[in-house]
Design a binder for this molecule. Sequence first.
Ligand code: NDP
Length: 285
Amino acid sequence: MANIIDGKAVSARVKEEIAKETAAVKAKYGINIGLAVVIVGDDPASRIYVNNKKKACETVGFTSYEYALSAETTQEELLQLIDKLNKDDNVNGILVQLPLPKHLDEKAVINSISPEKDVDAFHPVNVGKIMIGEYSFLPCTPAGIMELITSTGVEIKGKECVVVGRSNIVGKPMSMLLLHQSGTVTICHSKTQDLAQHCRKADILVVAVGVPKLVSGDMIKEGAVVIDVGMNRLENGKLCGDVDFDSAKEKASFITPVPGGVGPMTIAMLMKNTLTAAKIKHGIE
Ligand code: NDP
């Protein structure tokens, strides 16, 4: 029977550390730390995420600046706002809540954010830095997962690590971080033949697919660490992961629940990146 990895508790600890460091930095250097959150349109899920990010800013002692733009905002207007935020000394981090309405070019918007303020770490400059292991920011979800794995005390070095999913925001950077920690990494995706066989090799299994209960207990090696990134909303309104928790917990040594596993970590790591951005700007070690 697996130990349940408590993402809420780890996230609270990370936010507490950030709050302490923020208070110390503010007191010593007399600076303010600011995160600008841009939301376009009125997608209810995006609204919840943005509110949670603002709340987290308050918790750790940052100033949050919200820019709620109408769904009709043009590309030009959005790029102008980002340009203004890039130049604004009060703003250390810029987050554009995705997805954007269809008429906007997401890639161009991400590329317009100054890499120094790109606290989501989606800008190609930051993606490239992750590849060569010389990064300032890590994308929030994979960074949060690394914290969760660390919290188990299980060492990554030399372990068989299998990542299911190869998206730019989760699967690919996740694989890179495990590789940087000297894991032996396999990346699986929708064209992988015999997914179960790959999963069964994993000492550390990270599943980021978006298919409810794709990975079941019989696909898991005895004693594996299982990280379920999936957040699938079922018809009954409940959230469900990509891993079948009930059967998987019988095989895993550690497993994340959904909700309460990876989810809470993402915002904590966003706060960490914003603090890092402010420290770099002010030359603080
Ligand atoms: P994407 O849809 O961008 O990527 C999904 C990946 O899964 C793709 O690489 C796809 O393969 C692969 N895949 C799809 N079906 C299968 C299958 N049957 N077998 C093997 N691989 C498959 O999703 P994201 O990475 O953005 O998100 C994944 C999940 O994580 C979602 O449920 C999302 O809601 C959740 N999520 C949770 C976050 C959190 O904070 N907890 C943050 C971000 C995401 P291919 O490339 O071949 O198409």
